[in-house]
Ligand binder design. Structure first.
Ligand SMILES: [Zn+2]
Ligand SMILES: [Zn+2]
Length: 134
């Protein structure tokens, strides 16, 4: 089974997960993701139990809302995980930032989500499906 690997900019967070049972990779345009990452946030959803940390020395969790938390590196600031831990149907999965993954891999963004909330400073210029919410 092929393993995917990833990590933050400084190496304080390194992780691996199985390249199976992944759900759609998407680009999220919501205002929270844009504020958190600096632009839209691309991620792939993996089963929570499939993620193994090789290093989580500087991993921090920010409680972004009453139902979700966001994982980032407390040293370099990389925005890496979204976990809807109190959202039924989401809590057993974790969204992993595509920008954190080591290349090469086969994952491609398949859709845009929360486009109703997108920033005014760019256009979505590809032909992928656009969902106003999730
Ligand atoms: Zn880091
Ligand atoms: Zn978002």
């Amino acid at each position: 089974m092929q393993k995917l690997t990833g990590g933050c900019l400084c190496g304080g967070v390194k992780f691996t997960f199985a390249n199976e049972n992944l759900r759609t990779a998407d680009a999220c345009h919501c205002s929270q993701c844009r504020r958190w990452s600096g632009f839209l946030w691309g991620s792939v959803n993996a089963p929570l139990g499939a993620v193994r940390f090789i290093n989580d020395k500087s991993l921090k969790w920010y409680r972004a809302s009453e139902y979700a938390r966001r994982g980032f590196c407390g040293e370099c600031g990389a925005s890496m995980f979204w976990h809807g831990e109190k959202l039924e149907g989401h809590n057993t999965r974790i969204a992993i930032a595509l920008g954190a993954l080591d290349e090469p891999h086969q994952i491609k963004i398949e859709e845009h989500i929360f486009v109703a909330d997108k920033g005014q400073y760019y256009e979505i210029a590809d032909a992928l499906p656009q969902k106003s919410q999730y």
